[in-house]
Every structure is written in C-alpha cells, then in structure tokens.
Design a protein around this ligand. Structure first.
Ligand code: PMP
Length: 291
C-alpha cells in the first residue's frame, strides 16, 4: 500500500505530498519536528514526544494549529490509514508559507505534516558487533546561539558532523561542545560506562534532551546501575569500559571503537547488552494503542 501523508487535515499519496517552495521550513529551516516510534501497535513515549514538540514550539514562538489531543488523534489516525503497527513517525510543524524575507510574522499559517513509514532499523550486525565511530571536528552549536534542546528543522550543524563521519568511512560521529566535552552524536545521545557507573552528558552542555536517553537512565536505575549526568572528555571516553548511543531510530546501539581506540574488549559490554534487552522488553509492552 502506498504511503499516505497527512498535511494540514488532508491525506496525500507520497508523490503528491508537497508543500510550497515559499515555506519557511524549506527556505530557512524554520520549524520543529519529532521522530517517534511505534512497536506492535503501540506508540512509544507519545506524551513525552508531544511535550517536547510543544516546548520546541514555545521556544520559537510558533503556534501549533491543533490542540495536543487533536494532534495525538491525527497521528494515530495516520498510522491507521497506513495500516501500520511497527513504524517510524515524522511529525513536522513548519512555519508555513511566507515571502522571501526571514520575518516569521509573514507566515500566518503553520503547517502540520505527519509521515508514517516502516521502521528503518540499522542492520542487525551493528547491534551484535557494535559501531565504529569517530570524534568529529565540528562542534555542537553553542546554546546561546542555537539551543539544541529546540528540535528544529535546522540540522546543518549535525549534517556537517555526519558528513565528516561519512568521509572517514564510519556511520556516526561524536560531537564535542565548544569547550571540548563530549556532547552527543549527530542524531543520538551518548553514554559511557566507567567503574560500573553509567554516565551521560547533562542537557545544559548543549544537547538535545533525549527521550530514549531518559528511558535508559530509568531502566539502569531499576537494575541498580548507578547513573550520573556529568561532563566528560574524549580521553575519558577512550578509556571507558563501554560506550553506547541512544535514540528513537537507533534505540540502544553499542559502540566498540572510537578514533581507532578499542572500547572494552571490542564487543558490546554487559551493561549495554542488559540495557538493550530491557529496552526491547519495554517497547514491547508500553505505549499508546493505535487500534
Ligand atoms: N540528539 C539529537 C541531535 C537527535 O536528533 C536525537 C533524535 N533523533 C537524539 C539526540 C535522540 O533523541 P530521542 O531519544 O528523543 O529520539
């Protein structure tokens, strides 16, 4: 069945799902989005994603033209229209059509777009063997210029980092903040294990506050693993016992090599494996029902 895309209250087949070239989402990356996953007929952490969408909207003074309940209804309807149980959902609110100037006041009608497609999980091999990644030279945006907590359509900072990683022949890059502390990856948060503690950078360092990151911290605490949100350097990361990435699309991904340094024994470690299992168990039983 062909993918049906929701745009402002109507459904369009993929080829006809189009927006204006005068849309400031396209011209300037002026807009916000969420990437959401559904497993076995349930949408995972839907309320958390909607909460973050509303916080991003507030930060850029964008009025979402639907209530939270309405948007939730539309999202679930889009999944039903596409007969999906396991899916990746892209929810976009763009500033809307305006003129060629920057001024958002010229865009009176923000657009709501919902794309639901088959979930695109990384090759199973990555999860078994772990990823090789590099630390890229592109620094994460400084929060006082563009705060990464706003999940905006402007992802060029991340794309520049991804390009660097790609050019070095690896699928993902670790970004540092302006002071040289480990921040996050191009579309995932990062954790390391040190002396049996699970450590992740705090949001104020200039990263997106990840919903999967929060979930993993909760799951680790349940297991009695000490969890810390604190800053750390690349040198600390090189000598970590384990390293893992988290995100809606990647879920929990082990990292086994960073800048040529082997992490731990070069295979996914015991805490990472435990968290991968606990995460899959959770996604299999929790979430907002679609049907
Ligand atoms: N960091 C960035 C920059 C992201 O774009 C994402 C989402 N793809 C994440 C982290 C992970 O966030 P979440 O777990 O909420 O998907």
């Amino acid at each position: 069945m062909e993918c049906q895309v929701y745009i402002n209250g109507e459904y369009f087949p993929k080829e006809q799902a189009k927006i204006s070239v005068f849309n400031h989402g396209f011209l300037y990356g002026d807009g916000i989005f969420e990437g959401i996953a559904a497993y076995g007929g349930r949408v995972f952490k839907l309320e958390e994603h909607l909460q973050r969408l509303w916080e991003s909207a507030k930060a850029i003074d964008l009025e979402i033209p639907l209530s939270r309940e309405e948007l939730k209804g539309r999202l679930l309807e889009t999944l039903r229209k596409n007969k999906l149980k396991d899916a990746y959902i892209r929810l976009v609110v763009a500033r809307g059509e305006g003129d060629l100037g920057l001024d958002p006041r010229k865009c009176p009608h923000p657009d709501v777009i919902i794309i639901a497609d088959k979930i695109n999980i990384y090759p199973e091999e990555f999860y078994k063997k772990g990823l090789e990644v590099v630390i890229v030279s592109t620094r994460r945006n400084i929060p006082s210029a563009l705060n990464a907590r706003i999940k905006s359509l402007n992802y060029l900072n991340n794309i520049l980092a991804k390009l660097e990683a790609n050019l070095q022949g690896v699928p993902e890059g670790i970004m540092l903040n302006k002071d040289g502390y480990v921040a996050e990856c191009t579309a995932d948060n990062i954790f390391m294990v040190k002396d049996g503690h699970l450590i992740t950078p705090p949001p104020w360092i200039g990263i997106l506050k990840g919903i999967t990151q929060d979930t993993i911290m909760d799951l680790a605490r349940e297991e009695g693993i000490p969890v810390e949100e604190k800053i750390f350097t690349p040198v600390a990361l090189y000598s970590s016992e384990e390293c893992l990435l988290t995100g809606t699309a990647a879920e929990v991904m082990p990292v086994t090599k960073i800048d040529g340094r082997v992490i731990g024994d070069g295979m996914p470690g015991p805490i990472t494996k435990k968290l991968m299992i606990k995460f899959r168990e959770l996604t299999g039983r929790e979430g907002t029902p679609i049907y």
